[in-house]
Design a protein around this ligand. Structure first.
Ligand code: FMN
Ligand code: SF4
Length: 445
């Protein structure tokens, strides 16, 4: 058992292999053997292996998968498993590739997970724009039914498992798990108040586990080699490998499966061929635009979940110069690993303009249910635009920080935080850029 190295490929091992997308090609490579193995195990033993694996959700929050599965009440009459394939966080494009290249791995991971959770009617909620991937996964599901990997009495085990692929309609908010469940139920895609959390009361009122595509695709490997093996691949409490989608100003952008201990600097310089045009990285978004950015000096931190939250080399986000943002109980916000979408901005980047563009996205995608998010994202966009356009007014930076601070932690779902955190993070770390934009407006900061 050892840490993963850069050649360790699990979920992306079949990238580029067209044949592996067919059921016959997948089976030739040992496909569905882990389902056979799992069906001979006790469901609770599979869940225990997942717990021991330190598999953490790849959808954004990094929550321990085995712990989440453990929240489902033992006496539940009906349980659902829902795969979140909505993938709309800016900078994130790994699930699309995973589904396209290895659809049967997702089906196998889902049937094994459903068996562990005793879930009969299960769903894949796929982003509406992903037509190519929808066709691929729909075909894989059809093939799996025809071969007896889905349906009644799977492989003679007595286990019944159904999988419905449901297309979303292109709303970022439907990636939030409770909005997703509402959308699946045919309701407007708006988040629900929590608690109750979906594991207790989710789809159609039944306990429901929502997991990301990449999370579920790791489960067959855990059944194959064991939770301890998977846990040992990653550092600390983060088992396995990580899919990273690198975009922006690098020579070799792309979707890479990498060890979780790799640092941002290694990722940019060694994997992605360095910053383009011989320039230097200025700001790096570590895991989708919802996350506070890193500066050039913070790039020696690993991409690991806990490191990004606690490593003291990352400056805490502030609500005003020298005043850290308190996330509650004195907890400071540094950054987070998020969805694996790494966006690199070089030293020619107009930071206020980039921040305005990010804010515009969240204002457009806010579902409008809660006032701080509905109003605040709109105001942040408006003020950020005038600052970026050299039309800013005195006090605009304080205004932006106070709107963001008013949103963070005060909304039904985390879309509010997703807009507030990068705003506060950029203001904290790139204040001179905003001050220069204000000076160009003729307004002093
Ligand atoms: C606004 C918003 C959008 C989200 N979009 C996605 C998404 O597209 N895909 C995803 O897997 N998780 C997304 N999430 C996280 C989900 O709510 C949920 O935590 C995740 O699907 C759980 O899976 P995991 O435990 O395997 O990470 C989003 C969350 C928020 C607040
Ligand atoms: S935070 Fe925003 S997106 Fe989330 S429920 Fe409230 S208004 Fe809707």
């Amino acid at each position: 058992m050892a840490l993963a190295d850069r050649n360790t490929k699990l979920v992306s091992a079949k990238f580029g292999n067209e044949d592996a997308k067919t059921l016959a090609g997948y089976e030739k490579l040992g496909g569905y053997q882990m389902l056979r193995k799992a069906l001979a195990m006790r469901p609770e033993d599979i869940a225990n292996e997942v717990k021991a694996s330190n598999l953490r959700g790849r959808g954004g929050a990094g929550f321990a998968t085995g712990v989440k599965w453990g929240f489902v009440p033992k006496d539940a009459k009906e349980v659902h498993l829902v795969c979140n394939a909505d993938e709309s966080e800016p900078g994130t494009c790994k699930d699309r590739e995973l589904i396209y290249w290895d659809p049967h791995l997702l089906v196998e991971g889902m049937v094994i997970s459903a068996f562990a959770l005793k879930a009969k009617h299960n769903y894949i909620y796929i982003r509406g724009e992903m037509m190519r991937e929808y066709a691929v996964i729909a075909k894989a599901v059809e093939e799996a039914y025809a071969r007896g990997y889905l349906g009644k009495n799977i492989l003679g085990s007595g286990f019944e498992c159904h999988l419905t692929v449901h297309r979303g309609a292109g709303a970022y908010i439907c990636g939030e798990e409770t909005a997703l469940l509402n959308s699946l139920e045919g309701l407007r895609g708006q988040p629900r108040l929590k608690p109750p959390f979906p594991a207790i009361k989710g789809l159609f009122g039944n306990p429901t586990i929502v997991n990301n595509v990449e999370t579920l695709m790791n489960v067959p490997f855990i059944v194959d080699k064991g939770g301890a093996w998977f846990a040992a691949l990653g550092p600390g409490r983060s088992g396995g490998t990580r899919m990273l989608c690198v975009s922006g100003h690098v020579n070799k952008p792309g979707v890479y499966e990498l060890p979780i201990g790799i640092t941002f600097r290694e990722l940019i310089d060694e994997v992605c061929g360095g910053v383009w045009k011989g320039r230097k990285a200025k700001a790096v978004i570590p895991g989708g635009t919802s996350m506070p950015p890193l500066t050039y000096d913070e790039l020696d931190v690993p991409i690991e979940f806990d490191a990004l939250m606690t490593d003291e080399r990352i400056k805490p986000v502030e609500i005003a110069p020298g005043v850290p943002f308190d996330m509650g109980g004195g907890r400071q916000l540094r950054s987070m690993a998020g969805s694996g979408g790494v966006v690199v901005m070089d030293d020619h980047t107009d930071i206020p303009k980039a921040v305005w563009r990010i804010m515009k996205f969240y204002a457009h995608e806010s579902c409008g249910q809660c006032t701080p998010c509905r109003e605040g994202t709109g105001w942040m966009t408006k003020v950020a635009k005038r600052v970026a356009d050299a039309q800013g007014k005195p006090g605009d930076l304080e205004l932006l920080a106070s709107i963001a601070h008013g949103i963070a932690g005060n909304t039904i779902c985390a879309l509010g935080d997703a807009a507030a955190w990068p705003m506060l993070g950029f203001l904290t770390k790139f204040r001179p850029d905003f001050e220069a934009a204000l000076a160009a407006s003729g307004a002093a900061a």
